[in-house]
Design a protein around this ligand. Structure first.
Ligand code: HEC
Ligand code: HEC
Ligand code: HEC
Ligand code: HEC
Ligand code: HEC
Length: 482
């Protein structure tokens, strides 16, 4: 048989078997979804490409799905018809001829070839756009609105608000991509049937080592020197008196002297630090160990935790990386005091308003039925406080009062999500030691080797204190900051 004859007989077969409802329906679905998709893409290109997450689900996931199902229905229908005919003995030995000398038939063949090319193109664009869409922060953060609201809100206020969720949560590589899509299916199930945990548990155990995520953008070799930190605190007196703490943090890194300071010591690839946590949350660290450059093994056991050999074996064994200190790089929730101090330092809540720190602190720490009730009552109470207690100020500086009230509401709404049981302090932050155990999970003076060497906890191991809660800090004047 010549090629032409073979194509002709194949076509005859297809034309004959294609006459069934399933194939027809498939063709209709494919054609209509293809037209809608192309129309949407043109609109998307013309309008600059921002769509609502639910619209995205329809156009990037559901319609391409219908397109694909329609496409599959075409051969399935034909096979089904063939099977049925064969079973009832009606399958002709020779299919009715299709005469290629008839122009109409040639035209149909032309159409089929053209449509196949178009289908392949549509499928490639649809799958590319679908993946791109599923990788967007908007899809991850806003589709399951309530579930992701705490993390998405914190993310939008973090230094990583321009970094897609997938950069940290999935990272590069095809196998991780597939892995994440399967875990995504489980999550869709959990959201649909409301079986997810509230709050979502942390730490995320299946996060990849930071080498594959953080270090794609931040490389450890780049750390060096010290970082000056100025922290302002406002008291609960009428004047909201300001106290300043100034620290010089020994960030360190890799220098001519080797690995030094905070980043250098823990990220020293020559002698990585390992630890065992016994509480499932990496907050209770029973044992820390490393092998030093000379090959000597140092094991620091906690005299506070006192874990048995069985508890140690059952605990979580981990090698330290960025995530053990920076566990909230994109979802850092604040403590109530610190949240207000930061807003007052920026000036978004005015320190001119008498007792604002004390009043706001009480109000944001109160429990409310839900976020709407909270926002409404915070505003009502603060407004009443200034209207009743400070009528002159309320009259003369109304705009300042109103904008500060709005910012107190914002502080609450950034941090408290009753629907997900997320409130003040739900998610500990390991960077530091004043609000949560953080560095002191190991540097508490009670982790020591058998021969009495302990993980250092002198106050100047990690920072020089230049001022500690001082009212009129001289150091600020010396540094030219005041
Ligand atoms: C800069 C890296 C980074 C980015 C970007 C990022 N995350 Fe995370 N995320 C983390 C880390 C690290 C944790 C683990 C926190 C821990 O162990 O305490 C985490 C934890 C979570 C958790 C678990 C609950 C919790 O709060 O610990 C959720 C849910 C989450 N992220 C969702 C998102 C979403 C949605 C986005 C995008 C809108 C996103 N993340 C973007 C690093 C990131
Ligand atoms: C896709 C690139 C990218 C990835 C991945 C990434 N970051 Fe970042 N990160 C940035 C950028 C860009 C900034 C600077 C933001 C700025 O200057 O405001 C930043 C800032 C930071 C800062 C400084 C924040 C501050 O207060 O100034 C820390 C700490 C940090 N990242 C830690 C991490 C950790 C930990 C991870 C891994 C969980 C990570 N980053 C993953 C791009 C990334
Ligand atoms: C032992 C704890 C620890 C580890 C491990 C650690 N960091 Fe840090 N990092 C800190 C502390 C403490 C600071 C200073 C506090 C701050 O900036 O809020 C800091 C600051 C930073 C900054 C801001 C630097 C600046 O100049 O402002 C970046 C970026 C950063 N870390 C990224 C990383 C990355 C990426 C890793 C992993 C390769 C990492 N860190 C590992 C504790 C750690
Ligand atoms: C999992 C345990 C662990 C945690 C958590 C931890 N460290 Fe360490 N750190 C160590 C160990 C172990 C050493 C090495 C001690 C030694 O060799 O004596 C060390 C050493 C250091 C050093 C070097 C000290 C020196 O004199 O050379 C600094 C600085 C430091 N850590 C800062 C921090 C900071 C800041 C944090 C919190 C952001 C932190 N560490 C969190 C285990 C930890
Ligand atoms: C293992 C390292 C380490 C040791 C030891 C350590 N600190 Fe710190 N400290 C930190 C880090 C890191 C921060 C900054 C946290 C941040 O990014 O906000 C900090 C911040 C502080 C602050 C500022 C708190 C704030 O935000 O208002 C004070 C005060 C402080 N330390 C006091 C001490 C005192 C007192 C000691 C001795 C008992 C001590 N620290 C020992 C790592 C350490």
């Amino acid at each position: 048989m010549s090629v032409f004859q073979r194509v002709a007989s194949g076509f005859r077969l297809a034309a004959y078997l294609g006459r069934n409802p399933l194939t027809m329906l498939g063709a209709a679905l494919t054609t209509s979804s293809a037209l809608t998709l192309i129309g949407f893409w043109l609109f998307d290109i013309a309008s600059g490409g921002t769509v609502h997450p639910y619209v995205g689900v329809i156009f990037f996931l559901i319609l391409p799905g219908i397109f694909l199902i329609g496409l599959l229905m075409i051969p399935v229908g034909a096979l089904w018809r063939r099977l049925r005919l064969a079973r009832s003995g009606q399958l002709p030995a020779k299919y009715p001829p299709v005469d290629f000398s008839v122009p109409a038939i040639r035209e149909v063949v032309g159409w089929i070839a053209g449509l196949t090319v178009a289908n392949v193109l549509i499928l490639s664009v649809a799958s590319y756009r679908g993946v791109e869409y599923m990788d967007s922060a908007k899809f991850c953060g806003a589709t399951c609105h309530t579930v992701m609201q705490p993390e998405f809100t914190a993310y939008q206020n973090s230094p990583h608000q321009r970094v897609d969720c997938v950069q940290c949560h999935i990272g590069p590589g095809a196998s991780w991509f597939v892995h994440s899509k399967f875990s995504g299916l489980r999550q869709v199930y959990a959201v649909t049937f409301h079986t997810y945990d509230r709050p979502i548990p942390t730490p995320v155990k299946q996060l990849r080592p930071s080498r594959d995520t953080c270090e794609q953008c931040h490389w450890p070799q780049s750390f060096a020197g010290n970082k000056l930190m100025v922290k302002r605190k406002f008291s609960d007196d009428e004047k909201n008196s300001e106290l300043t703490t100034v620290l010089l943090l020994k960030i360190g890194g890799h220098t001519f002297d080797g690995a030094v300071g905070i980043h250098g010591r823990h990220l020293d690839t020559g002698s990585p630090i390992e630890y065992i946590a016994t509480d499932g949350k990496r907050q209770t660290i029973a044992q820390v160990s490393y092998t030093d450059g000379g090959g000597k093994r140092l094991v620091f056991d906690s005299s506070d935790v006192k874990a048995s050999a069985a508890q140690l074996a059952a605990g979580e064994h981990r090698t330290m990386d960025c995530l053990d200190c920076h566990n909230r790089p994109a979802h850092s929730f604040q403590t109530p005091e610190r949240a207000l101090d930061e807003a007052m330092t920026q000036g978004s809540i005015s320190a001119e308003l008498p007792f604002i720190k004390k009043q706001a602190l009480e109000l944001i720490k109160t429990k409310y039925a839900d976020r709407d009730a909270a926002a409404q009552q915070i505003a009502a109470k603060l407004d009443a406080f200034y209207r009743g207690g400070y009528p002159d100020l309320y009259r003369d500086k109304r705009a300042l009062v109103d904008s500060s009230i709005a910012q107190v509401q914002a502080v609450y709404l950034r941090n408290v999500f009753p629907a997900m049981n997320v409130g003040w302090g739900t998610y500990p932050n390991n960077l530091g030691h004043t609000d949560f155990p953080g560095c002191f999970r190991c540097h508490d003076g009670s982790h020591a080797t058998a021969d009495g060497r302990s993980i250092p906890n002198d106050c100047d191991t990690c920072h020089s204190m230049l001022a500690m809660e001082e009212a009129n800090s001289k150091i600020l004047t010396d540094l030219g900051l005041k």
